[in-house]
Design a binder for this molecule. Structure first.
Ligand SMILES: *[C@@H]1O[C@H](CO)[C@@H](O)[C@H](O)[C@H]1NC(C)=O
Ligand SMILES: *[C@@H]1O[C@H](CO)[C@@H](O)[C@H](O)[C@H]1NC(C)=O
Ligand SMILES: *[C@@H]1O[C@H](CO)[C@@H](O)[C@H](O)[C@H]1NC(C)=O
Length: 530
């Protein structure tokens, strides 16, 4: 009885506290544009938690509902059908061969035009139109995926809502937009894969230019996007997208100093790395999987990511993996596969289109994780302390892998020239050289050592945006131009002064020499006459 009273008083206190704090139910919208499943997976815990706390959450994500990860009974999902088919086509274009044929950069360039088509498809989809035509549709806050989410500013304007931008990693998509000058003298751009301690002058030059090229391409793309959004929403009064960008309340980014170089970011940047790390919530594996690993004490989990069609890899490459796996008689392998299951799959390998990845990595017999090295995968490995072999495919994966390789936290392989022997050696090393398990254990402890639970922190900042204006957190440089932010005008001015001084000095010297010459001439003439 006494316990019961204590509990009720405690509950009442919490209730009053929340009430006084003014936490009331708000309408919150999440919007993804050109995004792979990993973008959704990474931010889903926030949406889910906001719904648990009583907010009305709507989630816009263009993927086949059967294929999406994460479900919450109280979250309304809008799946714009026309957008789904365009994204499906775009992602299907990306198979592993693009990396094998060194066409990643070329493919990346097409993303700007795709983003415009995707946005058009969003507003044209019948699901979107039905949703927008609902009476009393209102949102207080929109959370926008930085991956070409500018399309959502039409919604922000319609609902007169505040907005937060979230980004899978800090890169050229966000630097100048939010007044951040990247530390390009020392930190490699996420799309470059050189080591910061051996950076050359040429690499630093590329490193400096790359974010500017991103920004230039983004501005070109926004120029085309803006009139289209205005038109689709019938909003002739919609201000330029650049104004919405300046009004962004906060930027949530998925980075932590273990997976990222130690980078300085303004107070408006809040990290969400680690919000999926809940080692206590691991569920037992389904019987089919647990039976497979019954007679072994070691298994390796292989997944090259949800967006890479591994089934399309050349058979010769597939056989290198199979042969390497076959040589580990006492080890079982789970491989997240796409497409038909090959006949010659070794007995110790199970291929499936989907695995309960967190439960697998959280299993005590999981001794290695072969991954493409995307941020969420690295974070899962850190969370569950599983040694990593990284085989980067695209985006920031090479960068992530090199960062961690540098501190001996993983073994990195290059898929372009990988051999059966490389794979076997890497597995052997990670399974049997204790330095990898030891290192990941230390990093895992550090990763989870936080002053506040990362998800609680994110909820706090989301509520903060609902309660306050965040102008005071924004970098002043947000109001400046790209060259003012980099002090290029100051250096230009100094150069001008320097050049002027040189010219003035040169003129003075020239005049002086001429004068001396004349004086000398006159003297000489006089001398001759005498
Ligand atoms: C814009 O106007 C057109 C024609 O008046 C209409 O068909 C369409 O539904 C409107 N769109 C929106 C988003 O209000
Ligand atoms: C930006 O915020 C200011 C101040 O709240 C507001 O007056 C303005 O309309 C906003 N601009 C846009 C484009 O939302
Ligand atoms: C594979 O390529 C990488 C970089 O292109 C190189 O550093 C490495 O030495 C190559 N490995 C082999 C086995 O050729």
């Amino acid at each position: 009885m006494k316990k019961f009273t204590t509990i009720s008083i405690f509950a009442l206190t919490i209730f009053c506290f929340c009430f006084l704090q003014g936490i009331s139910s708000k309408n919150i919208l999440f919007f993804h544009s050109v995004a792979t499943s990993s973008h959704r997976t990474a931010i889903w815990p926030l949406a889910s938690k906001l719904a648990d706390l009583g907010h009305d959450v709507t989630y816009i994500f263009a993927i086949d509902p059967q294929k999406r990860v994460g479900y919450h009974p109280k979250i309304e999902e809008i799946v714009p059908s026309k957008m789904v088919s365009i994204i499906k086509e775009f992602v299907a274009d990306f198979d592993i061969n693009i990396r094998l044929e060194n066409r990643v950069d070329e493919w990346l360039q097409t993303v700007f035009t795709t983003a415009i088509t995707v946005c058009e498809a969003f507003y044209d989809s019948p699901e979107t139109q039905e949703w927008l035509s609902r009476p009393n549709l209102h949102f207080d806050l929109v959370l926008i995926d930085a991956g070409f989410g500018e399309c959502a500013y039409g919604l922000v304007h319609k609902f007169k809502a505040k907005h937060i931008v979230f980004t899978p990693f800090v890169c050229g998509l966000v630097y100048d937009t939010f007044g951040v000058v990247p530390e390009s003298s020392s930190i490699p751009d996420p799309f470059f894969d050189f080591m910061p301690n051996q950076i050359t002058l040429i690499q630093r030059t590329w490193n400096t230019i790359a974010p500017l090229m991103w920004r230039y391409n983004i501005l070109k793309y926004i120029e085309k996007l803006e009139p289209m959004v205005r038109d689709k929403m019938n909003m002739t009064d919609m201000p330029p997208i650049a104004e919405f960008e300046k009004n962004t309340s906060l930027v949530f980014h998925n980075g932590h100093f273990i997976e990222e170089y130690p980078v300085s970011l303004p107070p408006m940047f809040v990290s969400y790395s680690g919000i999926r790390c809940e080692p206590n919530k691991i569920k037992p594996l389904p019987t089919e999987l647990s039976d497979f690993i019954k007679d072994t004490d070691t298994f390796v989990y292989v997944s090259l990511g949800s967006s890479v069609d591994v089934g399309k890899m050349p058979i010769s490459l597939r056989n290198k993996f199979f042969d390497a796996f076959k040589s580990f008689k006492d080890v079982k392998f789970f491989w997240r596969w796409s497409g038909p299951i090959p006949q010659d799959t070794p007995d110790n390998v199970m291929l499936a289109p989907w695995f309960p990845q967190l439960d697998i990595l959280g299993h005590p017999k999981a001794k290695a994780f072969i991954t493409q090295g995307g941020r969420p995968s690295i974070q899962e490995a850190l969370c569950h302390s599983v040694p990593i072999i990284a085989i980067p495919i695209f985006a920031e994966q090479d960068h992530n892998a090199m960062k961690l390789e540098q501190i001996d936290a993983l073994v990195r392989l290059n898929i372009n020239n990988i051999s059966e022997d490389d794979i076997a050696t890497a597995i052997n090393e990670v399974l049997h050289n204790p330095k990898y398990a030891e290192k990941i254990r230390k990093l895992s402890n550090m990763f989870k050592d936080r002053p506040i639970d990362p998800l609680e922190n994110l909820i706090y900042w989301t509520d903060f945006v609902l309660r306050h204006d965040t102008s005071l957190l924004k970098p002043l440089a947000m109001q400046q131009t790209w060259y003012q932010r980099r002090l290029l005008d100051v250096y230009g001015f100094l150069l001008l002064i320097f050049l002027t001084l040189i010219v003035v000095a040169a003129v003075i010297m020239y005049t002086a020499i001429r004068m001396c010459y004349y004086i000398l001439k006159i003297c000489l003439r006089k001398h001759k006459k005498e």
